[in-house]
Design a protein around this ligand. Structure first.
Ligand code: V47
Length: 369
């Protein structure tokens, strides 16, 4: 029996089997196929070669230090202008309180991101990190996207290397993958004209890697972008990974339109999300991990995505992130699962749940439990 009724998929499958790198045109062909099951099977074969049945999650919490932002991204329903009544900036004390609760609940990671807020001095970021590290030395601080780092270099007129080094000295352990959105122009300018451009995002990721820290990478899909934009995005990430090697995980982010300037759009379908996970797994041959971010996909589709190339569900995300809550309605408004619930979700999908820390080291307690 043929692998697929789609001859192009058969050809690509043979080359994936031989360990060959796929091209831009292959990416388009993968998206174009009507054989979703075969596409999933192909991505799953790569996922199983890399990870077998292991599926990772962590116990984490989000902390969004400010929602004040000047970037005015069309896809964002989280940001506020400084004068809006619900604009906020959290104090270091508030951060410590949230971190304390997180540690109490077994969190190994605090995911820290916020808006581009011109009212904050650089010392706000270093104080935040050093206070958290002082009180919770074992909590991994996954902090600041390349867009926040770019804002800091520009706004405080500091060298890239100095910003990275000072944040690292203060306690930044790694960086999350946000702000990548869609790299290709003119799409990027259509959705986030005032944001760090693609070359700069990639340059900063390279510099963070050179400083010895890992980062993640994302792609926001299902808005105004084309399939060519998506494949271009994935290939640029793959090229950067060839150069600097510090990306741990790729996270496709399904656009959630309500409340945004693009609210009239439908957002991606379930089939589109599964295809995007599978194509990402197949094109990103130098990324170890692909995440099915359950907060945006919803728990049920995230389970299916584990069969389409994803090997990580992200974390328990025990509340506390206003940004996360703003787009979590897709998951029934939930931003919280217990360790037991997320492990059960993975087991129910037919995989072996492994609690990891941010650097993908298994957390021993779970296997003992
Ligand atoms: O950059 C904003 C996206 C990102 C919407 O590194 C939206 O482990 C959907 O990057 N609908 C931030 N998405 C979140 C992020 C992330 C999440 C989880 C894990 C990691 C990681 C990173 O969220 C933004 C943007 O691309 N976003 N608004 C929206 N309406």
């Amino acid at each position: 029996m043929q692998f697929s009724h789609d001859p192009r998929l058969n050809d690509i499958a043979a080359r994936v089997g031989a360990g060959e790198r796929l091209t831009f045109d292959d990416g388009l062909a993968l998206y174009a196929t009507d054989d979703l099951a075969a596409l999933g099977k192909l991505a799953d074969s790569v996922r199983r070669r890399l990870h077998d049945r292991r599926t990772y999650f962590n116990v984490n919490r989000h902390f969004n230090y400010t929602n004040v932002c000047y970037a005015d991204c069309k896809f964002c329903n989280f940001y506020r202008t400084p004068r809006q009544p619900d604009a906020y900036t959290h104090s270091v004390e508030e951060a410590l309180k949230i971190a304390g609760e997180a540690v109490e609940e077994g969190a190994t990671e605090l995911h820290i991101v916020g808006g581009l807020n011109t009212k904050l001095p650089f010392s706000y970021y270093t104080d935040l990190l050093s206070s958290l590290k002082r009180d919770y030395p074992r909590l991994h601080l996954k902090a600041f996207t390349m867009v926040e780092l770019d804002h800091m270099t520009y706004f405080y007129k500091m060298r890239d290397e100095d910003v990275i080094e000072r944040l690292k000295d203060a306690g930044m352990d790694s960086c999350p993958g946000g702000g990548a959105e869609i790299f290709r122009e003119p799409t990027r300018s259509m959705i986030c004209a005032h944001k760090t451009d693609a070359a700069r995002w990639l340059e900063l990721a390279g510099k963070v890697h050179a400083a010895g820290l890992k980062t993640n990478a994302t792609m926001l899909y299902g808005h105004v972008e084309s399939i060519e934009d998506r494949v271009d995005h994935l290939i640029r990430l793959r090229e950067q990974q060839d150069k600097s090697g510090g990306f741990q995980c790729f996270i496709p982010l399904a656009f959630y339109p309500p409340g945004t300037q693009l609210a009239e759009l439908p957002g991606p379908s379930g089939v589109d999300s599964l295809k995007t996970v599978a194509v990402s797994r197949l094109l990103l041959d130098n990324f170890a991990h692909v995440k099915a971010y359950w907060v945006m996909l919803g728990k049920r589709l995230a389970q299916v995505a584990l069969h389409y190339g994803a090997n990580d569900l992200d974390g328990t995300i025990t509340e506390g992130g206003e940004l996360t809550e703003s787009y979590s309605v897709e998951a029934g408004g939930e931003v919280k699962m217990t360790r037991r619930e997320i492990a059960a979700l993975i087991a129910d999908a037919g995989f072996e749940a492994v609690e990891r820390d941010t650097l993908y080291r298994p957390v021993a307690e779970l296997s003992a439990a």
